[in-house]
Design a protein around this ligand. Sequence first.
Ligand code: PLP
Length: 405
Amino acid sequence: MDRTPPRSAGSRHLIDLDGNATTPLYPAVLEAMRPHWLAGGNPESRHGLGRTARQAWERARETLAAGLGAHPDEVIITSGGTEANHLAIQSLAGIERGPGQIVATGLEHPAVSSALDQLANQGFEVIRDPEAVGLDGIARCEVMARAIGPFTRLATLMLANNEVGSIQPLRALVDHAAAWGLPVHTDAVQAVGRIAVNFQELGVATLAASAHKFHGPVGVGLLLARRGVTIHPLAQGGAQQSGRRPGTPPVALAVGMATALERFRAQAAERQARWESFRDQLARGLIEALGADRVEIHGPGQPTLRLPQTLNVGFHGVDGDALLMQLDLAGVAASLGSACASGATLPSPTLLAMKVSPGLLRSSVRFSFHAQTTKDDIDEALRRIVAVARGILGAADEFRVVALG
Ligand code: PLP
């Protein structure tokens, strides 16, 4: 297993169960990037340094393409998942033809939904039918397909949800869209480096990914754009990356991303099996310790329809903010299924789209693993989570007894 130096909260071992937010860089990735950072060299330059950088850049793109079932010329390196999603959506929307229609769901990450909102402000109609998301967090492609018509420019559906881990039936959407000759974009940021992803087999027009979700460097991602799909740059500049993403190519970052993807692929089966056992152990342990009436696991019931490294748990009667804060004090890093904006906690768009009951919207926590999560981490995290949740529930019960006299 790839290891980084141990982290500690005081004398206590800090357990990172927030791998969907980001993952620590593999030491091997750092080593692979180091010579390229130190040597410099612009791949566009016509001298030895430039040629060496160009070779590394092209090799990285070839590795990424091979790892994702794409051609090297379909790989566009970006600054991350957010940029890749915006680049695809802006391009496929065909703004130059005037406003049109886009079919989406409420499941999308803000990296996508903000791109859609931006187009809505420019006169586009963005259709997010509430019926297009099941209670299990899986999109109903037949409902999405009903919205497709002659004015639809694109359909977008994430490959795997960042909050509950639901894996989406993308191929079904692609098949529906094909009848209209409609391109489909997918945000695969939470899928790449967690499950096998094959661009060719998915049949989508564009796919976004981000290196920091699979132990690569932060600040680099990619867009795969199928041959024949025109990508309009978000910012004008030089002719780099065929003019689709101008700017001096970040060679070291691309090498880091390619190295991280290669390492995932070499260990994928073992890693997925380990994550699945952690996910199921944590779910079982919480239900056994706190009671099935206290704990609700969000997402599809069928384990194969959920990302192996993601577990989203609703704790009935427990305030999510308090739980997260006390887990932090107890040395467990997790994430709330909601976002903070201007000091207020907003319910998570995913949980809202899944029509999770109002009582659980602010009581749901996401636990997510990465390559360095161990069985000991899960055993200890389970003990700490149960102790913290029991503490909060006990305090609430005492308060109720006192309040009721
Ligand atoms: N899409 C999804 C589903 C994500 O989870 C994230 C990040 O959390 C992004 C997009 C944004 O990626 P990046 O942080 O590389 O911009």
